[in-house]
Design a protein around this ligand. Structure first.
Ligand code: ADP
Length: 167
């Protein structure tokens, strides 16, 4: 059986929390497609190309994982791919309300779609792209939170955004 899952997100930038979900998620399927959302209301620090490049570099050694751009609705992407389910990560209770709504809406739009949640590992329970950006902008060490390839540009952009020079 050729089982496919889609793991959607904005990944601005990818963190070790996302990578934990990817590593564990790919064990459930033959093919895990990480779908980088482009058209959302969010203001991004990195372009979709940069977000995909960072992800591709990070998943390079994980067999069965590929990274794609997703332009429209998640359910359309899932349907076109013939995917079996959508994969999402759950951290604290705070994620629940949003994830619950999204899974429900997606099911309304496409009744066959299932959403499978993986609960965050202990190490990555408090990790979010937003906090990693804030820490980097204030000169903090983010090497435990995001892959090395992301760090220089993340620091540069966030420091510029927060009006801090290096050092
Ligand atoms: P969004 O799709 O809301 O922009 P992200 O791109 O930040 O979110 O994350 C994509 C998915 O990964 C979401 O399901 C989110 O809950 C999950 N996720 C993010 N960080 C973690 C983490 N540290 N542990 C588990 N899941 C996470």
């Amino acid at each position: 059986m050729n089982r496919i899952a889609v793991y959607p997100g904005t990944f601005d930038p990818v963190t070790f929390g996302h990578l934990d979900i990817i590593r564990r998620g790919v064990r459930l399927v033959d093919r895990l497609v990480v779908a980088v959302a482009v058209n959302t209301e969010k203001q991004f620090l990195f372009s979709s190309q940069e977000r995909m490049d960072f992800l591709r570099e990070a998943v390079d050694t994980i067999p069965g994982v590929e990274v794609c751009q997703m332009n429209g609705l998640l359910v359309d992407f899932v349907r076109q791919l013939g995917a079996d389910f959508v994969l999402r990560g759950l951290r604290a209770v705070s994620d629940f309300e949003y994830e619950f709504q999204m899974a429900g809406m997606n099911r309304k739009l496409y009744p066959e779609v299932e959403t499978v949640f993986l609960v965050s590992g202990e190490e990555t329970l408090f990790l979010s792209s937003r906090l990693v950006k804030e820490i980097a902008g204030m000169g903090g060490d983010v090497s435990r939170f995001t892959p090395p390839g992301v760090i220089p540009e993340l620091k540069r952009r966030m420091m510029a955004r927060l009006g801090r020079g290096p050092g």
